[in-house]
Design a protein around this ligand. Structure first.
Ligand code: G3P
Length: 326
């Protein structure tokens, strides 16, 4: 079981606070000893070297603004000078390093459903797997290739296409052929030893990958180290064996944030709206699920009854104001 630190309500990770406090201490220490710092001191903080030993006020100017970086934010301290006093204003959350938005992928090879999700205007990509292709009756290399092309023609975002091979050489060959089909193709590779090697190879070639069949945080860490673009933890299948799949998403989020891994968490095997909402709360980068789960987000009985009431009231008012025909 992984040790998880509790993330405070403001969603700021405890490590960010530690980093913040540590830099405050560094700043005040360096401020207190003032002139004793020189440009060549190994203790010289960022920005200090610009003071060039022109006394305390020069040193302060040189040290301001005082930037520091933690896993997801840049924060800084500004110094305000009045006639007598300097005021230090720490800005804890000033600039988000990346303005990420949750992506919605649809998990199907059904062209009509892909088109419907695309028409809704909220689709960011598609994930497929050999079972989903078989469900649509797609078999044989040529038919599979044509089907991927058809999917790419419908969607604007990434399309995961899974390799069938399980050894490194053949996975690479298959993946290269798939990647050539379209820039949208993401080569989907299973979490096995040769798969990790293949992901490393593809990432060195700038080919996008999706590491699939991930059921543990250790597997997700390996995928990130190999440079996977996406990692696919299967939350529904974990739920099926009485293990909370959402706990895995939380663990991976914590680990990736600790080291600023760029691998995107693609919550897969999503089955219903609560999976989607919980993944959004945890901060999964992407969710992939059936069209039914996406459309269920629309539903609320108060929306339906409210709309019925609006339309009825509008009709009544229109009836009253209608000029009677003589
Ligand atoms: O993306 C993974 C997905 O296809 C598996 O979903 O519902 O078969 O567990 P499911």
């Amino acid at each position: 079981m992984l040790y998880r630190e509790k993330i405070p309500a403001d969603n700021q990770h405890p490590k960010q606070n530690q980093s913040f406090n540590c830099w405050i201490v560094v700043f005040f220490l360096t401020f207190a000893v003032g002139k004793s710092f020189t440009t060549s001191s190994p203790l010289t903080p960022p920005g200090w070297e610009r003071s060039k030993g022109r006394g305390l006020s020069g040193a302060i100017k040189g040290a301001c603004p005082f930037f520091f970086l933690n896993s997801r934010k840049i924060s800084f301290i500004t110094i305000h000078k009045s006639s007598k006093f300097f005021t230090f204003v720490p800005h804890r959350v000033s600039l988000t390093l990346y303005n990420k938005k949750m992506k919605f992928f649809i998990d199907t090879a059904n062209l009509a459903q892909i088109q419907e999700a695309q028409d809704l205007g909220v689709l960011d990509g598609v994930t497929t797997n050999p079972s989903l292709m078989a469900k649509e009756g797609i078999s044989g290399n040529e038919a599979v290739i044509e089907h991927y092309k058809a999917i790419c023609n419908i969607v604007d975002g990434d399309v995961s296409a899974e390799v069938i091979s399980t050894d490194f050489e053949n996975m690479v060959q298959e993946g290269l052929a798939l990647a050539k089909l379209n820039d949208k193709i993401v080569v989907k590779v299973p979490m096995i030893k040769d798969g990790v090697k293949a992901i490393k190879y593809f990432s060195s070639q700038g080919i996008k990958t999706n590491c699939t069949l991930v059921f543990s945080a250790g597997q997700a860490l390996l995928a990130a180290k190999a440079g996977a673009t996406y990692v696919s933890p299967f939350i529904g299948r974990l739920d099926d064996i009485s293990t909370n799949g959402l706990d895995l998403i939380e663990d991976i989020r914590l680990i990736y944030d600790n080291y600023a891994y760029e691998t995107q968490i693609l919550a897969a095997s999503v089955r219903h709206t609560m999976h989607i909402l919980e993944c959004a709360k945890i901060g999964a980068d992407v969710m992939t699920g059936p069209l039914s789960a996406i459309l269920s987000l629309l539903k609320h009985p108060l929306t339906d009854s409210g709309l019925a009431q609006f339309l009825a009231d509008h009709a009544k008012a229109a009836e009253k104001s209608a000029v009677p025909i003589p």
